[in-house]
Design a protein around this ligand. Sequence first.
Ligand SMILES: C[S@@+](CC[C@H](N)C(=O)[O-])C[C@H]1O[C@@H](n2cnc3c(N)ncnc32)[C@H](O)[C@@H]1O
Length: 247
Amino acid sequence: MNSVIEEIYQSGAVKDNKGNEYTLHSGVDRLEGDFLHRLIDSDDSIRKTLEIGCAYGLSSLHICSALKGREGAEHKIVDPFQHKQWHGIGTENLKRAECDFFELIEKPSELALPALVDSEAGTFDMVFIDGWHTFDHTLVDLFYANRLIKVGGYIVIDDCLWASVAKAVSYVERYPAYELHEQSASTQSYKRSIADFIRTVLPAQVAGYILPRYLYDKFYVRTLYSSMVALKKVKEDERNWDWYQSF
Ligand SMILES: C[S@@+](CC[C@H](N)C(=O)[O-])C[C@H]1O[C@@H](n2cnc3c(N)ncnc32)[C@H](O)[C@@H]1O
């Protein structure tokens, strides 16, 4: 693991460029970071990546340390609060890790992503989503990520144990152009085992029909995925204008 990442996990703290220290209170954990790293290692066609939500830069560090050394490596980061709220520490950490192939777009994803679609549709190999976690916002990020990635590319979504995020992911997973590629291991493996058991006795299709909507949305949807999920775009998205599937 990259030494900057290791130092952050071990100390549980981050520093800005003036040496002020802040407690690490947000960011992907080691297992999720390994998941991102392994996904990029497993496919050497991944060169151009996009990340939504940088905070103190842990996911950026994992992605960029895996990409480092690849010809044409390019990482775009969308985060409106990188300086206002995170003291520029995410991008500072990337510089400390000698990753100089990133670009920060300091705008909310709902504004930055449509602009990117205008000029760079279908050019990204991977989009990582870890921004604002409401259902509608996640769906907006997924909508544009679908436009931004190539066929063969991946959309990786963090915090899929959140009902709001899992619900949005479960809709996009139904698109014929996508396959569930892989899910991260979980630090809370006992919770995962309970979730796996619940899904074995009550598969999602059945649960969707028999559980009251409130129970399904509030509880069952949290059993669908592990905390980080990779969807793979396996073909062009050619859904009809009236395509819809229950989710
Ligand atoms: C959970 S944190 C991201 C953690 C980061 N991925 C990591 O592993 O260190 C969520 C991030 O989303 C950003 N964010 C909030 N609203 C956003 C928006 N509208 N568009 C993009 N990012 C947003 C926040 O500034 C914050 O950095």
